[in-house]
Design a protein around this ligand. Structure first.
Ligand SMILES: Nc1ncnc2c1ncn2[C@@H]1O[C@H](COP(=O)(O)OP(=O)(O)OP(=O)(O)O)[C@@H](O)[C@H]1O
Ligand SMILES: [Mg+2]
Length: 255
């Protein structure tokens, strides 16, 4: 379970997140959507305890992320926007290193290494130096480090960025499979991805929550704004919700 309450993040005088609240319940996949600069990465960095918020609270399972960051880090697997790789290491060496840092050893570590190798499709590059990997394989290696300790909560910042369509499908299937046992929050700019895997959607823009709910719930909000198209895909819903305030600002003032 991830619970974010009234999260505010200021960089100097700039407010990157403004009283943002949302939840991901156990075994739920939540898709975080928003344009560039909306605050998605900032929210994920705070959830994963890499950034300290200006105010607000974050709870992971029953732990307070601000008071107990070390405990929370144990519960979370995090794939940041740029995968945290050591380019001079080989893939297997790197994942072994991350596994040991996560306090895995012996047969437990061996089982997990074998599992991430298969689940993330790393077989072909297992003994390759990371600096020589293609972007997609680097991303898969980043995903493998997030999964090595079998965390209960996964935070994935644009997990399919840089992957080819087949790999994208593979990662989507993996995310769906993982959600049988894990709570997952992921960000993306690929709306079909959210349609394909997310149970619930949180849309943020300019640091504020624009809307949240299931796709059906978001659709009925958009219908409530007067949208009459017979079929509303997530792209239409997303654009309608993001432009709703702008539209109303443009309307002539009634006197
Ligand atoms: N360290 C920082 N100092 C100042 N401003 C920052 C810092 N980090 C992020 N920002 C600003 O906060 C806002 C939110 O950034 P963030 O990276 O969270 O957006 P995002 O939704 O992840 O965007 P993208 O889709 O491009 O990844 C942006 O305006 C960004 O420039
Ligand atoms: Mg980002």
């Amino acid at each position: 379970m991830i619970s974010v309450e009234s999260l505010t993040m200021k960089y100097g005088s700039f407010t990157a997140l403004d009283k943002v609240s949302f939840q991901a319940k156990e075994k739920e996949i939540v898709g975080l959507l928003g344009p560039n600069g909306a605050g998605k990465t900032t929210a994920m960095r705070i959830i994963t305890t890499y950034l300290h918020p200006s105010s607000g609270t974050v709870k992971i399972e029953d732990q307070d992320a601000i008071e107990n960051p070390i405990e929370v880090r144990k519960l979370i697997g995090y794939l940041p926007e740029t995968a945290p790789l050591y380019p001079d290491m080989m893939v297997d060496e790197y994942l072994r290193f991350v596994g040991e840092a996560r306090e895995l050893e012996g047969s437990k570590l061996a089982v997990r290494l074998k599992w991430v190798k298969e689940a993330c499709g790393l077989g072909p590059v297992w003994k390759h130096t990371i600096s020589e990997l293609s972007k997609g394989y680097k991303q898969r290696t980043g995903l493998a480090q997030a999964l090595i300790h079998d965390p209960k909560v996964l935070v994935l910042d644009e997990p399919t960025s840089g992957l080819d369509p087949l790999q994208v499908m593979g990662i989507r299937e993996l995310i769906k499979e993982l959600s049988k046992q894990k709570t997952i929050i992921f960000s993306t700019h690929i709306l079909q991805e959210v349609e394909a895997v997310a149970h619930r959607i949180v849309i943020i823009n300019e640091g504020k929550i624009v809307s949240q709910g299931t796709q059906k719930e978001l659709e009925s909000q958009v219908r409530g704004l007067g949208e009459t198209s017979p079929y509303l895909n997530l792209e239409k819903i997303f654009i309608a919700l993001l432009t709703k305030n702008k539209k109303s600002k443009k309307e002539p003032i009634q006197v």
